[in-house]
Design a protein around this ligand. Structure first.
Ligand code: AMP
Length: 128
């Protein structure tokens, strides 16, 4: 375990989707990544892109993944957005890491939101 990054749980729900143990509504797949619709959409279009490797979060991925995996994953996000038809209209990417972000699933995922106006940035309750 690295500082601030928990050990990877190979039974997390996205690991199980990658192993085909749980179904998903697939949008895009290649050797580096899988993209599928979020089960509880927060926008008209809400898709998750996950790397095929075992990484807890972006912090873990940035620290440990190889250059080809990183390039492949970023390209997969771009290809997924193209497939969804949101490049011209615009979209938002979001990746949570750790407790303050409210990350629920401990396998790196980038959310793609689109298909509607998304408002400005994020809603947070400011703390004094
Ligand atoms: P996060 O809070 O960034 O960890 O987001 C986890 C996301 O995974 C949430 O938006 C959930 O709705 C979504 N999710 C959880 N289980 C599934 C599933 N089986 N298939 C698709 N999306 C899922």
């Amino acid at each position: 375990m690295s500082a601030g990054i928990p050990a990877y749980d190979k039974n997390n729900i996205f690991a199980r989707i990658l192993r085909g143990e749980i179904p998903c509504k697939k949008v895009y797949e290649d050797e580096h990544a899988l993209a599928f619709y979020d089960i509880n959409p927060q926008a008209k279009i809400h898709v998750l892109v996950i790397p095929k490797g075992a990484y807890v979060s972006m912090a873990d991925f940035a620290a440990k993944a190889g250059d080809q995996e990183i390039a492949g994953f970023v390209r997969a996000v771009g290809k997924t957005a193209e497939k969804l038809g949101v490049v011209e209209s615009g979209y938002r990417l979001l990746a949570n890491h750790g407790p303050n972000s409210h990350q629920e699933v401990p396998h790196l995922h980038v959310h793609i939101f689109g298909g509607q106006k998304l408002g400005r940035m994020i809603a947070v309750e400011r703390q004094a």
